[in-house]
Design a protein around this ligand. Sequence first.
Ligand code: GDP
Ligand code: GDP
Length: 436
Amino acid sequence: MARPIVAIVGRPNVGKSTLFNRIVGGRVAIVEGVPGVTRDRLYQDADWNGRKFTLVDTGGLDYREDGQIISNVRKQAELAISEADVVLFVVDAREGPTGTDGDVAAILRRTDKPVILAANKVEEFHKPNELYEFYRLGLGDPLPVSAAQGMNTGELLDEIVLNLPAAEDDEEEEEITKIAVIGRPNVGKSSLVNALLGEERVIVSDIPGTTRDAIDTFINRNDKQYLIIDTAGIRRRSKIGIATEKYSVIRSLRAIDRSDVVLMLIDAVEKLTEQDKKIAGYAHEKGRASIIVVNKWDLVEKDDRTSNRYIEDLRSGLGFMQYAPVMFVSALTGQRVHRVLELVDYVAEQQNMRVSTGNLNDLIKEATMHNPTPQDKGRKLKIFYGTQGGVKPPTFLLFVNEPELMHFSYLRYLENQLRSAYGFEGTPIKIYLRKR
Ligand code: GDP
Ligand code: GDP
């Protein structure tokens, strides 16, 4: 089961993002002080008393101009109803219910999903009269909170958790696969995302001037949830004149930080650039799984060896990323686009794979028998045993006598042995040494 989704809905300025940050704990660091650009995350994993959920701030893209806001808030409410398990409707207790609140409430009353009405900016609990008016919204008791002061937010979280769908075994809990779509301008990122979406499930608005560093979109497919982090959208939309290449790189890096799987788009006609290499290197260092997607394949004149030649080029250009599968698509014609998410599932599985300690140590024994460990001045590296410390990326700890005796080439050899036994396709592997 995927993590349940709790969506925050409400007019601009009622305190949605303050509440969001209060619940997920702490502000997300600002990378660069560009005015007008807020880089709070649109969604974040949260938990309360051990119940995990994903909090989505559907108001993250409010466009502050009359008329636009209203339809946008309505859209948020509709999306929240269709996508979320629990809707958190935030109103401003100081202002009292407005017409827009009434419109949103009318939409929310139509759903069977639990709706929690939070009346924010209540710092003085001895004045309960303020809240009576909110009963008119027909959504039950308003819960007074102060997002800014953190008052009653514990009660609010209790209420949220109480309304989440019944938890399944945590072991089996499947997370949303987060996919970053990366590549230079014009490589076809938006086209690919649109082709993947098929239907509109965008949890954000299309209004010019929106201020996010990536467009986040949830998709459901075969009961699985994906989050697509698309760095393309903003550039075209924003009119705030920060179209620097530097900024687009920062945006890519941030998208990679938040992802599980990176779709590295390469233009079939223009091929690999230095910037592609740098960004791919970052994904590798960060331990993200990667798929190299050669787009605009429709523009290439092909014979029976064309794709192999491309793969060779890519392999030599991205030496460190031999593990990444390469696929050839056309976002324009839709060729092989349907295979993208299949491959995402596959590499996500690979990056979550665990090797038992028994099997790992059999492999190490075998490997060191075929190819003795390095030695230096009469001292020989001894690997006492190994264990897998984690997944995403698969991380192995080797307990050894003298870590300095290890050679890069021997590590590479062990990695290759692991890969030929278990695959780990699409994902980097980390191997760390511990002196024992
Ligand atoms: P959003 O547009 O709904 O995301 O609202 P923000 O979270 O940006 O908050 C709008 C304004 O209300 C900001 O100036 C906040 O400091 C203020 N605010 C948010 N929560 C509270 C609160 O609990 N009490 C008071 N007094 N002000 C708040
Ligand atoms: P982005 O800047 O990376 O989001 O790129 P876009 O998706 O906006 O695409 C840039 C241009 O390339 C547009 O004119 C698209 O129509 C075109 N394009 C995108 N994908 C393909 C493709 O697979 N084949 C062809 N021939 N053109 C494409």
